[in-house]
Design a protein around this ligand. Structure first.
Ligand SMILES: Cc1ncc(COP(=O)(O)O)c(C=O)c1O
Length: 466
């Protein structure tokens, strides 16, 4: 046997950064080094990662809300091993694969709402591309409405509905048939729909960039408005699905929302095999796949691969068995209570937004004059720097991985695996408290460290790629 994975990994251990610097994405490798996130992880289990020195990290990013059930879950691992050992065929193309039929039924059982057809994809953005095509085909109209601040992926159609300029810049022209409305603005939605050219309104129940929650009535009212104008409602549950917000879908907590299309992905993968699902009403489906010669008019080579279907089926079983929606609600509430209890002591905390284990802590310029100066100084250096000043010591001093919620946002975002336990939460809250105490001491060591990072960033961005 000429190939042995373990030998290959052992032979290259410690080279990941250099390999990426040389062959993959040197800018990313440098950015990670700059913020002290350039660990080489060698093992993962549940909510934890370990680096080559044996240090344990608490993962509060979960691969951007992919690992809801935790990493390397034994049930998914076993199922994937069983699939590989079984000799079952995959990607025959001219077939109706068994496992995708079973998975479609399992998804329909959990989603309901008359969404009776399932199209499988390999990613979230592919699901959004499918939804765009389906909506145009079903309505015969060109326009897709989206919200400012939205993130639906980075392929060209999804990018045209991206509400963040930092992602769009450099990839123009973006088609005019995608129109933005302000976030959570029913009046603007009604105005745009009245133009009569709208195929669909696309929305995340909770925006991933910034963790922005709609007002209580928004989604139900949207559903009514969209349908009374002959358009469709596309709900993007790529990030919020599979229990992330405390229910299977986030819209399960939103009353009478009647989507025509729901897009899922991320956590369905079990953290193992990329997979996505687009659930639609039969009426929509029938307009797209309207004749025998259009039976695969939308398709992709890998879209019902056996390993992906297996990973999703096993993940759904774990989700049920471990009652992860309930866990997400309980543990999310614990984190919120912990942060709320410290809020009066820390002027920098402006807001906490939380639904299940999708959590944002927003920072703002404080009232105290000395801290106001600190805030101004940090923002003058870089608009992302204040939140990096929170994530970096959390990582370096406390072994906790978490992220800034979006470009130019003073928002810390937490999306841990839904299996996070009470000790993890105590660890996180204690660490966050220490970091806040340090940032509320100005001048102080936190601010010296920030100036150093900003200087390094300026030097690094003018370096040649290497
Ligand atoms: C709400 C939402 N939609 C779509 C996507 C795109 O998914 P993918 O990265 O799998 O293409 C993402 C990814 O973060 C997302 O959060």
């Amino acid at each position: 046997m000429s190939f042995d994975l373990r030998t290959l990994i052992a032979a290259h251990r410690g080279e990941a950064r250099a390999l990426h610097g040389g062959h993959v994405n040197p800018k990313w490798a440098k950015a990670l080094k700059l913020i002290g996130f350039d660990n080489e992880y060698v093992r993962a289990c549940g909510q934890y990662l370990w680096d080559s020195a044996g240090r344990q990290y608490l993962d509060m990013v979960a691969g951007y809300a992919v690992c809801n059930i935790g990493r390397n879950h034994p049930v998914v691992q076993q199922a994937l091993g069983d699939f590989l050992a079984s000799g079952e065929p995959s990607m025959v193309a001219f077939e109706t694969p068994l496992l995708s039929g079973v998975l479609a039924g399992e998804l329909k059982k959990r989603v309901g709402r008359g969404l009776d057809r399932v199209f499988f994809t390999n990613s979230g953005t592919e699901g959004i591309e499918a939804a765009i095509k389906f909506a145009r085909c079903a309505t015969g109209r060109p326009v897709l409405l989206f919200e400012e601040g939205a993130f639906h992926g980075l392929t060209t159609g999804a990018l045209a509905m991206n509400g963040c300029d930092s992602f769009r810049e450099g990839f123009e022209p973006h088609p005019e048939s995608f129109r933005a409305i302000p976030f959570n603005d029913l009046a603007a939605l009604a105005r745009e729909l009245a133009r009569g050219d709208v195929a669909a309104f696309v929305t995340e129940p909770i925006q991933g960039k910034g963790v922005n929650l709609h007002s209580a009535e928004f989604l139900a009212e949207t559903s009514r408005l969209v349908h009374s104008n002959g358009a469709l409602l596309i709900i993007d549950e790529v990030q919020t699905g599979v229990g992330r917000t405390g229910s299977f879908l986030a819209i399960d907590q939103e009353g009478a929302v009647e989507p025509d299309i729901v897009v899922m992905s991320k956590a369905l993968s079990g953290g193992y095999v990329p997979v996505g699902a687009v659930l639609t009403r039969t009426a929509v489906w029938d307009r797209v796949f309207s004749r025998l010669d259009r039976a695969i008019v939308h398709s992709s080579t890998f879209h019902m691969g056996g390993l992906a279907m297996t990973a999703a089926l096993a993940t759904l079983a774990v989700y049920d068995d471990e009652q992860l929606a309930q866990r997400s609600r309980e543990q999310g509430a614990r984190i919120r209570e912990g942060i709320t209890a410290m809020r009066s002591r820390f002027d920098f905390i402006r807001d906490i937004r939380q639904r299940g284990l999708m959590i944002a802590i927003e920072f703002a310029s404080p009232a105290r004059i000395s801290l106001k100066i600190a805030w101004k100084m940090v923002h003058a250096l870089n608009e992302n720097l204040f939140t990096q000043a929170v994530t970096m010591p959390l990582m370096q001093d406390h072994g906790i991985l978490c992220q800034v919620a979006g470009h130019g946002m003073p928002v810390l975002k937490l999306t841990p695996p839904l299996i996070i336990n009470d000790n993890d939460i105590t660890h996180f809250l204690g660490a966050f408290e220490r970091v806040m105490e340090s940032l509320h001491t100005f001048p102080g060591p936190s601010y010296d460290a920030l100036s150093r990072i900003a200087r390094n960033a300026i030097r690094t961005s003018s370096d040649s790629p290497s």
